[in-house]
Design a protein around this ligand. Structure first.
Ligand code: TXD
Length: 312
């Protein structure tokens, strides 16, 4: 499918939103890309800068920066990155109160102007923010999805590839659960070229990699001090948007609304899903071991605490 007549809006022209817009042009995922922010001048300037990469990228569409949602009308996909990011010493939960307000306001505007869009939520704490968008929008569950697992799995795959000395793209691995220290990087299912990594790496090495994955976001915040990761998060949001815009039906770990899958109901949680033009078209359910079930339950409890704090 071609990208003509496909419209993508990215709300929040900060670090992640700008990265997402840049990757959207580089990957040519839409014919219209709109970058929105509340700070006058920022989305306009950044969109102009990004639009000038078109001749080098071979991109034929438009890139517009705006502070008005009228320019976002009838978007097929909207990515929400608006909100505060972490600084050293802050947990993702510390962002909650402020970001709930921002995400509510953004959602109301999206619903008004793009009632048929699929919304990809990136703002932290992601598992509570995606629930906020779901509640405020009134959209069906398939059209609201959170980005975290694609990033956490990319980190996991990178660390596994480094330990194995192999091409990162040949490593397949799944991270389920919350986007936080209780996330569940599954070792049982991680493989390289079809070979289980448990047969290639020691238990200790795998434990070290799992731990580094779980704290991978914090490791970057410690270095940056003024913000959090943005280059790969922007790409991960575009990976999801692309699967929707092109109806690719990629199987990606995303925060999806569960109604009995994996024995869990009423929360958004990172699980493998099929992403297509309808959004979350299917949750790929499979049997978990007792140990994995227990670990996932810890995620559920942590997400429920976050959701309770939103007051929704
Ligand atoms: O895996 C993941 N889900 C994440 C999540 C990976 C990386 C970053 N993640 C979270 O994304 C992060 O914790 C933040 O909550 C968001 C955005 O992070 P970013 O690093 O892009 O933050 P910035 O650079 O501070 O940008 C936020 C922008 C900034 O330009 C604000 O002016 C804008 O959001 N903003 C708004 N835009 C539109 N509408 C409203 N109301 C608004 N309020 C602030």
């Amino acid at each position: 499918m071609s990208s003509h007549n496909r419209k993508l809006t990215i709300v929040g022209a900060g670090a992640v939103g700008t990265s997402a817009a840049h990757w959207a042009v580089a990957r040519k995922v839409a014919s219209e890309i709109v970058l929105v922010d509340v700070v006058e001048g920022i989305p306009q300037g950044k969109a102009l800068d990004i639009s000038q990469s078109a001749p080098l990228c071979g991109y034929h569409g438009s890139v517009i920066g705006s502070c008005s949602y009228e320019d976002t009308a009838n978007s097929d996909v909207v990515i929400i990155t608006a909100g505060l990011a972490r600084k050293p010493g802050m947990s993702r939960e510390d962002l909650l109160a402020k970001n709930v307000q921002i995400v509510k306001e953004v959602t109301e505007n999206i619903v008004k102007h793009s009632p048929d869009a699929v919304i990809v939520v990136v703002t932290n704490p992601i598992d509570a923010m995606v629930y906020t968008v779901f509640k405020v929008s009134g959209f069906p569950k398939n059209r609201v999805v959170g980005m975290a697992g694609v990033l956490d799995s990319a980190r996991y795959r990178t660390f596994l590839a480094q330990a194995l000395g192999v091409a990162p793209k040949d490593v397949t691995a799944l991270v389920m659960g919350i986007h936080g220290d209780n996330m569940l990087p599954l070792t049982r299912l991680a493989s390289v070229g079809g070979v289980p990594v448990e047969d290639l790496l020691s238990k200790e090495e795998l434990e070290r990699i799992v731990k580094r994955t779980q704290t991978g976001g914090g490791e970057i915040v410690q270095h940056l001090k003024t913000g959090s990761a943005f280059t790969t998060p922007g790409l991960c949001a575009i990976e999801m948007a692309q699967s929707v815009l092109f109806d690719e039906k990629r199987v990606l770990p995303c925060a999806a609304y569960l109604e009995g899958e994996f024995g869990i109901s009423g929360v958004f949680l990172g699980v493998p899903v099929v992403l297509g033009s309808k959004g979350v078209e299917r949750i790929v359910e499979f049997p978990l071991t007792d140990e994995e079930k227990e670990a996932l339950q810890k995620s559920v409890e942590a997400v429920k605490r976050q959701v309770a704090a939103t007051g929704l």
